[in-house]
Design a protein around this ligand. Structure first.
Ligand code: ADP
Length: 172
């Protein structure tokens, strides 16, 4: 059995084993959720990120969480929306799958995702939410009972995003 839940709040405050960062390809920090995570984790996070030498769009790499409540940060790089014909939907799905693979590898029990690509990368929210929920749901169903991961949170930074996720996530 597993649970999937939409929550309203700040991902840096989540008491979970791993939080996901919507990073850029340099992994050297940016604005939005990335900036918030680096501020809350402290300077040791950037130091470890420098050693990773970046990350391709759709991939994910894991660091420690340092000063965060979370033990790990899984850094993924979402696609920049370019109108929809640049493989954006496939790449966004790949982000979620890459993060889940990292979570399984680290044996995490709980994970929190932000709305990857929905900020400065301008992915249309309706499509992004559908991809996020359907990809994670299918993965959890397929692996039910086979992995340590049991709790998934979609952390929404504003009410409008929370409404969108709530429409699709049914707590089980
Ligand atoms: P991207 O570059 O992938 O679009 P952003 O950080 O610009 O990433 O935005 C991704 C989503 O994260 C947006 O919906 C934004 O509102 C949200 N966000 C920003 N700060 C936080 C935070 N501290 N916790 C959770 N979500 C956040």
């Amino acid at each position: 059995m597993y649970t999937m839940q939409a929550v309203l709040g700040d991902i840096t405050k989540m008491n979970v084993d791993a939080i996901v960062n919507a990073a850029n390809r340099s992994l050297l920090g940016g604005g939005g959720v990335d900036g918030a995570i680096h501020r809350a984790a402290g300077p040791r996070l950037l130091k470890e990120c420098r050693r990773l030498r970046g990350c391709n769009t759709g991939d994910a790499k894991t660091t420690k969480g340092y000063d965060l409540p979370a033990k790990y940060v899984i850094h993924t790089v979402g696609p920049i929306w370019q109108g929809g014909s640049a493989n954006e939907e496939v790449l966004l799905k790949q982000c979620y799958l890459s993060c889940l693979a990292q979570a399984v590898e680290k044996d995490v029990r709980s994970i929190a995702f932000p709305a990857i690509s929905c900020g400065v990368y301008r992915f249309p929210v309706e499509i992004a939410v559908r991809i996020a929920v359907s990809t994670v749901e299918a993965f959890m169903r397929r692996n039910d009972g086979l992995i340590a991961l049991k709790e998934v949170y979609f952390v929404c930074f504003d009410e409008a995003m929370y409404q969108k996720y709530s429409e699709r996530v049914n707590d089980k």
